[in-house]
Design a protein around this ligand. Sequence first.
Ligand SMILES: [Zn+2]
Ligand SMILES: [Zn+2]
Length: 103
Amino acid sequence: MTARKPGAPMPAKLRALIHSSVAHPARSIPCPHCHASAGQPCTLRTTSRHLPKPHPQRVSAWAQQTAVCPECQTAPGTPCHDERRPRTTVHPRRYQEAEATAA
Ligand SMILES: [Zn+2]
Ligand SMILES: [Zn+2]
């Protein structure tokens, strides 16, 4: 038994949630790994098949651009570092921070 009200608008938050399961917010920037353009899905270089998820490097670059790292306190646009040594990917907590920012 379902009593659904017709024409009820979908909450924006729910819509964003559904949207993010289809296209990761990291797609808003180009991929440094497979060179997919902004808005385009990542592809496998060998078969040019579209990947359901962006490359980790792309998600890392996106998190770096979007959020301040809660771990090493770097500003958006600055790579994470460990004891002053730059990291190739961001700290795991920065992904969470970026996802919270994008939601
Ligand atoms: Zn890629
Ligand atoms: Zn960090």
